[in-house]
Design a protein around this ligand. Structure first.
Ligand SMILES: C[S@@+](CC[C@H](N)C(=O)[O-])C[C@H]1O[C@@H](n2cnc3c(N)ncnc32)[C@H](O)[C@@H]1O
Length: 291
């Protein structure tokens, strides 16, 4: 049976997790910690929650496992379809109109979890542009969770996972069946590169590559506090090419928008466009932060 966690031990573990990932666990998250870390505690023979906190402070590998276990990896194919409509009907066509049909297109799925967002973007591009071989397209998926990235890299999904967001035509067209699993075809798999990184660590974020033309950072800022959200948006902004766009989760908004980003929307989907330097410098003083 899983031990109950007390407020002091929860605070100690929360502090460690926050420092390592930005994930903010308040006092109401005791049950979440117990359910997600209970088996790790037992498997490692760690005697108590207090002992786990002590060990995490000197054992970075264990700390990273704790962070991994506490991340919420909820995702699905074509999550929030309106976002993909905005990309298909406005943002990607505008990119090619501005830079020409042979321009590179670099997409960053900044908290990609198990990869469904990356492969949804790849399917969308295949349907918009036809065969992608020879096109200069790259989709970088990054996440802090190594277990999520392992699955993303394999591109292998259960029946339940493909039933969430994929209609049968796409399933047949882009996946091969491998016993109980469905595997993304190499045509799409080849567009994607996955990397582990912490979005709140500026050095780590530089490892994503870029500059990117489209940045998807959906449903991760909700786990951060206000200060870390500011840091996150600053890091994303720095990784964006001029005129690049950033899209957050449909329920997420950015307060204190960096000076370089202009908020806009298409059919109810908010996006942030990185303005050319001169226009950003002339931005009103109410938009104070800068990246
Ligand atoms: C709810 S999922 C969102 C997945 C996908 N973007 C979507 O909207 O469906 C949140 C992801 O953020 C990742 N994450 C949390 N903190 C992070 C950090 N500091 N750096 C990078 N990724 C982080 C988690 O590992 C998790 O996979």
């Amino acid at each position: 049976m899983t031990q109950k966690i007390n407020i002091a031990d929860l605070a100690a573990i929360s502090e460690i997790v926050h420092e390592a990932s930005g994930i903010a666990l308040d006092r109401s998250k005791g049950y979440l910690v117990e359910t997600r870390l209970g088996s790790l505690l037992r498997e490692r023979g760690v005697a108590s929650w207090a002992a786990l906190a002590t060990r995490c402070r000197r054992d970075r590998k264990l700390r990273d496992e704790v962070v991994d276990a506490l991340t919420t990896k909820e995702t699905s194919f074509f999550r929030d379809p309106r976002t993909f409509e905005a990309l298909t009907h406005k943002l990607i066509p505008e990119h090619y109109e501005r830079l020409g049909p042979h321009a590179p297109l670099r997409i960053w799925s900044a908290a990609c979890s198990t990869g469904q967002e990356v492969y949804s973007a790849a399917m969308m591009l295949r349907e918009m542009l036809g065969p992608l071989a020879g096109r200069r397209i790259s989709i970088v998926g990054t996440d802090i969770s190594p277990t999520a990235l392992k699955q993303a890299n394999r591109g292998s999904y259960s029946e339940l996972e493909v039933s969430r967001g994929l209609h049968s035509e796409r399933l047949q067209r882009y996946f091969s069946r491998d016993k109980a699993h469905f595997r993304v075809l190499d045509e799409l798999r080849g567009l994607a590169v996955f990397k582990q990184l912490n979005l709140l660590d500026p050095v780590s974020v530089r490892g994503a590559g870029g500059p990117f033309d489209i940045v998807l950072c959906r449903n991760v800022a909700i786990y951060f506090d206000d200060d870390d959200r500011l840091k996150l948006f600053d890091h994303l902004c720095r990784a964006m090419a001029p005129q690049a766009v950033l899209i957050l989760g449909l329920t997420e908004t950015m307060r204190n928008v960096p000076r370089e980003l202009r908020r806009d929307s298409f059919r109810g989907v908010t996006f942030y466009r990185r303005e050319p330097r001169e226009r950003a410098q002339a931005a009103p003083a109410s938009r104070l932060t800068s990246c």
